[in-house]
Design a protein around this ligand. Structure first.
Ligand code: 3PY
Length: 246
């Protein structure tokens, strides 16, 4: 199987969940269902760096690539995820070209960026720093999450930044921002604008979906989908299992 970054660039149909339950066991369970990837969600969970490493390790054992949605745009969040061995990052709330440039700088080694070559897990604990740099140049996935009106406004400039692999749409946050700011454009129209810009820039677009039905609809149009989460599934399953007996 080719690496995730190549599969994304080839626009293979790829679908995987967020993992928000802070547990390598949860990763093992979900990885057993053979998703194309998992995306460990540090933005909306209490997953710290130590546990993140164990969750990536569990995904590696199962042969499932792990992306990490980092806690925020700051460079230390990005390097912590990549040094722990994630094959890529999803960076929330990217809204300007300058922010996109900072993401690429933090995520890519020179000459594309300025990531520090540290002796972390991704470097075989210093045994493989040369291999790390060479592999990361080929394999590290950089996804920017576009989820505000500002991001839509600036989408052409954001996607003109070299080194971005996925324009990932966050429809939930985009809708919150749209309503809060009283925008007249519909959510669908805003999403269409991002997809059109991504097509024009030659950058694959992706989107978050709440369930498999929504994924089936979106995957007629987009190749990359993050669907639901382990926490969402556990919520739904427990509500159903513990509903009052009829
Ligand atoms: C969104 O839909 O805005 C998301 O961030 C999904 O987690």
């Amino acid at each position: 199987m080719s690496v995730l970054r190549e599969r994304i660039a080839a626009r293979e149909a790829l679908r995987g969940p967020f993992m928000a339950i802070p547990s390598p066991v949860a990763v093992e369970i979900v990885a057993g269902a053979k998703p194309d990837f998992i995306c460990i969600d540090c933005e909306h969970s209490p997953i710290g760096d130590g546990l993140l490493t164990d969750m990536i390790r569990a995904a590696d054992v199962a042969g499932v690539p792990s992306l990490v949605r980092v806690r925020g745009k700051a460079a230390p969040n990005i390097s912590a995820a990549l040094d722990a061995g994630a094959c890529g990052i999803v960076v929330p709330h990217v809204a300007t070209a300058a922010e996109a440039e900072a993401v690429v700088r933090a995520a890519r080694f020179a000459p594309e960026g300025a990531r520090g070559a540290g002796p972390g897990r991704a470097a075989g604990h210093i045994r493989d720093i040369g291999t790390l740099v060479e592999r990361a140049r080929r394999e590290t996935v950089v996804a920017v999450q576009l989820e505000t009106l500002d991001a839509v406004q600036n989408v052409d400039a954001i996607l003109a930044v070299p080194g971005i692999d996925v324009a990932f749409i966050g429809p939930g946050d985009l809708e919150v921002d749209r309503v809060a700011r009283g925008a007249s454009e519909t959510l669908e129209a805003l999403i269409d604008r991002v997809i059109a810009a991504a097509d024009a820039a030659g950058v694959p677009a992706g989107i978050f979906t709440p369930n498999r039905e929504a994924s089936a609809r979106w995957m007629k149009r987009l190749a990359f989908v993050i669907e639901g989460s382990d926490a969402l599934w556990l919520t739904q399953a427990s509500d159903q299992a513990l509903a009052p007996l009829g």
